[in-house]
Design a protein around this ligand. Structure first.
Ligand code: HOZ
Length: 407
């Protein structure tokens, strides 16, 4: 629309690429992004008055849809009491209690301000605890824009062809080992080649930053076994999957107990929040108890805690997750039928309320498989949907998110 285009022209002059986070710029699909005026339920409205059914859901947090009244009210009420203290507040204690109640592997938790902070802090903690340097990550997994994790990364880094970012000295990534996802032999080999040196393995248990693919049966189990045997920490990045695939996230679905977990998105109810937590003996290595430093002026911020607590409390009875599974199954069936009717080869992947359609007739188990998708076709599909008033993430390499407000 005209208003969005005018805003984008201005934004391009003052903001690099016109956006504050790269994927939003639409460069993965072509064209200009629209600017949002407001969002409610399953819809967003742009500044030109167009409505879209939104399957991005602010990249994950909007599990109830946009602006649910109980979150809006919680934020409004708390705002009147002061927006930031930098002094402990009671909401931090309630938040910690809720996280520990929902996620059995978490005995202690520290709040931070984004998923990136969570993964950055978790790998520092793993290194400090084990007194080892090496970290294993997986091709196509994205753990935020942490220097040492921007190696063969997913999301915008992949979409724009910079999976290894400029500006990261080689020395910063020399202790990062990258292996393909779902490859048991590679996992065994890397541990054999680096005995006693691997601090931890960080993984999205259901990778959602190169589209969406799932762990094959036995893969996460092997990962758990091999890390335990080698005294390396298993770190689950559940920034996307946490509280979404179930109360205990992907670890609950697959029955795996990681040593540390990273959270973001839903845990902030749409405000900027991250968290990492896990075994108490590991978490107690953090300052002020231990030598691993981590801090933040806005960590445990009362507005963010109020929004996050409201979100988690609304998930406790399991109804939302059941509803999301049903909606996901319906969407999956519909899209598969439509693809078949249109004679299109689409590999549709789904885990609960996260999904992705790849334009390929091959199964997708890892990044190399995902790369086989016809991205030009995806771009046409994206714009076709947008014209019909449906908004998908503007990249083949992002997961879609369903909310409880979708029909
Ligand atoms: N890295 C996010 C998707 N995996 C994108 C966040 C955004 O652009 O808002």
């Amino acid at each position: 629309g005209a208003k969005s285009d005018a805003l984008f022209a201005q934004a391009l002059r003052w903001i690099p690429g016109g956006v504050n986070s790269p994927v939003r710029a639409f460069r993965g699909v072509g064209g200009n992004p629209f600017f949002v005026e407001r969002a409610e339920g399953a819809r967003v409205w742009d500044v030109d008055g167009n409505a879209y059914v939104d399957y991005v859901g602010t990249w994950g947090p909007a599990i109830f849809g946009h602006a649910p009244d109980f979150i809006v009210k919680a934020v409004q009420e708390r705002a009147a009491f002061g927006t930031s203290f930098g002094i402990p507040n009671p909401l931090e204690v309630r938040m910690a209690e809720l996280v520990i109640q929902c996620v059995p592997s978490v005995q202690k938790v520290r709040m931070c301000n984004s998923g990136t902070e969570a993964t950055m802090s978790a790998i520092r903690l793993a290194r400090g605890f084990t007194k080892r340097d090496k970290i294993i990550k997986f091709e196509g997994c994205y753990h935020g824009h942490v220097d040492s994790l921007l190696v063969r990364a997913g999301s915008g880094a992949l979409t724009f062809g910079h999976p290894d970012s400029a500006g990261v000295p080689a020395a910063f990534t020399q202790h990062t080992i990258v292996i393909p996802f779902n490859d048991k032999a590679a996992l065994e080999e890397v541990f054999k080649a680096n005995p006693g040196q691997i601090a931890g393995v960080i993984i999205e248990p259901v990778p959602g930053n190169a589209g969406l693919y799932l762990p094959q049966p036995g893969y996460l189990e092997l990962l758990r076994e091999i890390t335990r045997k080698n005294d390396s920490l298993l770190i689950f990045d559940e920034v996307m999957t946490g509280f979404r695939l179930g109360l205990a996230g992907a670890q609950g679905v697959f029955g795996i107990t990681p040593d540390l977990s990273c959270f973001g998105k839903i845990i902030g109810g749409g405000l900027p929040v991250g968290a990492f937590g896990g075994r108490a003996d590991i978490m107690d290595c953090l300052a002020p108890l231990g030598p691993v430093y981590q801090a933040g002026t806005l960590s445990g911020n009362p507005l963010a805690m109020a929004a996050g607590i409201a979100a988690l409390e609304h998930l406790l009875d399991g109804k939302v997750h059941n509803q999301l599974e049903a909606l996901g199954a319906e969407l999956e069936a519909g899209l598969k039928t439509a693809a078949k009717a249109a004679g299109q080869a689409v590999t549709f992947q789904r885990c609960g309320s996260m999904f992705c359609g790849y334009f390929t007739d091959q199964p997708v188990y890892n990044l190399a498989d995902a790369m086989r998708s016809d991205r030009e076709k995806f771009a046409r599909y994206f714009h076709g949907l947008l014209n019909e008033g449906v908004y998908l993430a503007p990249s083949q390499f992002e997961a879609g998110f369903i909310s409880a407000a979708h029909g």
